[in-house]
Design a protein around this ligand. Structure first.
Ligand code: PRP
Length: 215
């Protein structure tokens, strides 16, 4: 919360951004300043005591963990990868997709004893997933278009977000396991939750009501 008693929320840029603003607008919040941001990075909402910032998903967690933002909206995929100390208070339902293990069509992933190599933008999650299965794998961190790794012969499989499955299909890959279901979550800084309990509880309840109204 800033000196004007306004809460601050970090929203994940990109896919989740529009869905977050749609939810806020359903609650009656004027999101005009966020929709037409110009060069400013902090956007005070005119009719609700909330300032919004847009950030990359891992930064949303960093800002909330450090308490420079009281609240955040971020995908469960990033939470599973990065972890951190904050409260995850609400599953917002949108941004629903899954973490899948995918391989090249026709390849027999479990067919040999040699150590498999997995490429992923989510190496920590991937390591933990295979460790829980008791399987030793080499994980290679890739920053984007991870589907290329098996095509180029860098990896035997990938662990990545699958929403429609179109990207896998277009690249001759097939999902063979679902590792986790993910969606957008509302997170809260632990100290803010205590210090501004009333304002934050109000906001959570508002979001909850907005989600129920949308069903
Ligand atoms: C994600 C993911 C896949 C794609 C899956 O990437 O890494 O590439 O979406 O979606 P689909 O199942 O609907 O085809 P994203 O578009 O978020 O881009 P990124 O590589 O920059 O993370």
């Amino acid at each position: 919360m800033n000196s004007n008693s306004r809460l601050r929320i970090a929203l994940t840029k990109g896919r989740l951004q529009d869905r977050s603003l749609e939810l806020f607008e359903r609650l009656g919040l004027d999101c005009g300043p966020v929709r037409a941001p110009g060069r400013r990075l902090v956007h005070p909402l005119p009719n609700y005591p909330l300032d919004a910032v847009l950030a990359k998903a891992p930064d949303v967690i960093t800002y909330v963990e450090h308490g420079v933002c009281d609240l955040g909206i971020v995908g469960k995929d990033t939470i599973l990868e990065k972890g951190g100390a904050f409260y995850e208070v609400l599953d917002l339902g949108f941004g629903a997709c899954r973490f899948a293990l995918a391989v090249q069509e026709g390849s027999d992933f479990y067919g040999s004893y040699r150590t498999r190599r997995i490429a992923s933008k989510y190496p920590e999650f991937t390591r933990a997933y295979f460790e829980a299965k008791g399987m030793d794998v080499d994980v290679i961190k890739i920053e984007g278009s991870v589907e290329l790794a098996p095509i180029l012969g860098l990896a035997d499989g990938i662990v990545d977000i699958v929403e429609t499955g179109a990207t896998l299909k277009a690249n001759g890959l097939v999902p063979i396991e679902t590792a986790a279901r993910v969606s957008a979550r509302l997170i809260v800084n632990t100290a803010s939750m205590k210090l501004y309990k009333e304002q934050i509880t109000d906001f959570i309840e508002k979001c909850q009501a907005g989600l129920e109204a949308a069903v």
